[in-house]
Design a binder for this molecule. Structure first.
Ligand SMILES: Nc1ncnc2c1ncn2[C@@H]1O[C@H](COP(=O)(O)OP(=O)(O)O)[C@@H](O)[C@H]1O
Ligand SMILES: [Mg+2]
Length: 264
């Protein structure tokens, strides 16, 4: 069964053409995007910076509302749901952002950040404490880190906190929007391994977003290639890398030396 299904999702922004100008320029960030993700799989979404990946992820977690189209989570049309009705589903669909420094509130302690997704529910304090102790060790930190503020942690540790926050509420679908792009290479590998092991523990479904083809390849069952707001190609990961069809996919692979020139 598809856990997530997008049908013709579009979203545009209206930007001022220049700082003091009254002229408005419309940016079509996401144009009629459709895809679905099966329960338990990882769909990789790859595309260059500015092609609409983050806009798409914000639409899925309802931080943005689409101009048109529908998003179904387990056959429930969440685009139509009002915030109050969506609240019980919000904890099932979580997101990890690219920059853990910008996405974690600097004034909150790690324990408050991690507990935040549970705040909308009337859980007992004891339960919340137990849950944050459990998740902090599962992401490779320890209970000492719970009293820290984000600025006291390294980049990798901060991203572990971002991942812990996304998982406290036992989500089923996690949107990973460039989760390792701001980290150095050795930390990237550790975080990717952590994401794989957490996926096994919690039977998670991932939408794994990156501009980095090699990272997407090692994480994904299927890959969707995004170009200027649209999905130009999607297929099994091995097929995309061996036999790309769309010219943009070929260009992307060639630029990273993934594709032999003979296949041009
Ligand atoms: N809040 C916003 N207001 C106006 N334009 C935006 C906003 N966010 C993104 N954009 C524009 O939408 C396009 C897609 O951006 P984004 O979704 O962030 O792409 P990506 O994550 O692939 O880099 C870009 O042209 C970007 O400048
Ligand atoms: Mg982005």
């Amino acid at each position: 069964m598809a856990i997530l299904r997008l049908v013709n999702i579009s979203k545009s922004y209206e930007n001022k053409a220049r700082v003091f100008s009254a002229k408005v320029r419309k940016v079509e960030a996401v144009k009629s995007v459709s895809f679905s993700i099966k329960q338990g799989e990882t769909l990789g979404l790859v595309g260059e910076s500015g092609c609409g990946k983050s806009t798409l992820s914000k639409l899925i977690v309802k931080l943005l509302q689409p101009d048109s189209g529908d998003i179904f989570f387990k056959n429930i049309n969440i685009t139509q749901l009002k915030e109050k009705k969506f609240r019980s589903l919000r904890r099932k669909i979580q997101i990890v952002f690219q920059d853990p420094y910008a996405s974690l509130s600097p004034r909150l302690k790690v324990k408050e950040i991690i507990a935040e997704p549970l705040s909308a529910f009337n859980y007992e304090k004891q339960y919340i404490l137990k849950r944050i102790q459990e998740i902090i060790t599962q992401v490779g930190l320890n209970s000492g880190h719970l009293e820290a503020f984000p600025h006291q942690l390294s980049g990798g540790q901060r991203q572990r906190v971002g991942i812990a926050r996304a998982l406290t509420s036992f989500p089923e679908l996690v949107i990973l929007d460039e989760p390792v792009s701001s980290l150095d290479l050795s930390t990237q590998a550790q975080i990717l391994n952590l994401l794989v092991s957490l996926q096994n523990i919690y039977k998670l479904t991932y939408l794994f977003i990156s501009h980095d083809l090699s990272v997407v390849r090692c994480m994904s069952d299927r890959v969707a290639v995004m170009y200027r707001g649209t999905i130009v190609e999607q297929a099994e990961a091995s097929q995309i890398y061996e036999w790309p069809v769309h010219p943009y996919t070929k260009k992307l692979l060639l630029s990273k030396c993934w594709l032999r020139t003979a296949q041009k």
